[in-house]
Design a protein around this ligand. Structure first.
Ligand SMILES: NC(=O)CC[C@H](N)C(=O)O
Length: 204
């Protein structure tokens, strides 16, 4: 059975552990480098990306995590997790250290300037059985994505969203998956299943 970790330094860790376990993998929290060594994939949860980045450094996890992702370990970042996985961040702290791995530019708290939180039904590339109910909470959007990045979902083209309309909110680049929104909060397991399928495929 595959073991999938949730980075458990800050944020909504428990909700991801539950959503992962429902896909049939062994789900466990990761706080130490030895725990990172034992997982086949890792979720970076929502929370506060500046706090998580600082704790990654304090807990000696930043370099090992970068290395594992570079070596092909599947990683899934939701909201703050997307911010951490992006190679570049706009509106982050000037000294913020990125995990990186995803060739995108992300704008932090981007939707927050329009609407602090909102929900929407979004068509999601590769997921059957209809749109995903997406919950956005002070969410980032992907400002631009490199050629190797697949766009999986966009914000609705709604006038209410102003400049946020149509923005990229879900992406995949090889072993790295990320969403601006929080599928762990809706009970719809399809995004977590997509990720654990990536983990099983990588494990062979
Ligand atoms: N719900 C969230 O994860 C919010 C993300 C947060 N605004 C950040 O930039 O870290």
């Amino acid at each position: 059975m595959s073991t999938v970790g949730v980075l458990a330094l800050q944020g909504d860790v428990r909700e991801h552990l539950v959503a992962l376990a429902e896909t049939g993998v062994l789900a466990r929290p990761v706080r130490r480098p030895e725990e990172l060594d034992e997982v086949d994939g890792l979720v970076l949860p929502g929370g506060e990306s500046t706090t998580i980045a600082r704790l990654l450094h304090t807990f000696d996890l930043l370099e090992p995590l970068r290395t594992r992702i570079k070596d092909g370990m599947p990683a899934y970042g939701s909201c703050a997790g997307l911010v951490l996985l992006a190679d570049r961040v706009l509106d982050g702290r000037p000294d913020q250290q990125q995990v990186g791995g995803l060739d995108v530019v992300v704008r932090r708290n981007a939707f927050g300037r329009q609407v602090d939180s909102f929900e929407a039904e979004l068509p999601f590339e590769g997921l059957e059985e209809g749109p995903v109910r997406a919950v956005f909470i002070r969410a980032p959007w992907v400002e631009s994505a490199g050629d190797g990045v697949e766009v999986l979902a966009r914000a609705p083209e709604s006038d209410d969203l102003g400049p946020a309309a149509g923005r990229i909110v879900a992406v995949r680049q090889g072993n790295v998956l990320a969403t601006s929104f929080h599928p762990e909060l809706t009970g719809d397991g399809r995004v977590h299943r997509l990720f654990t399928d990536m983990v099983r495929a990588a494990a062979g």
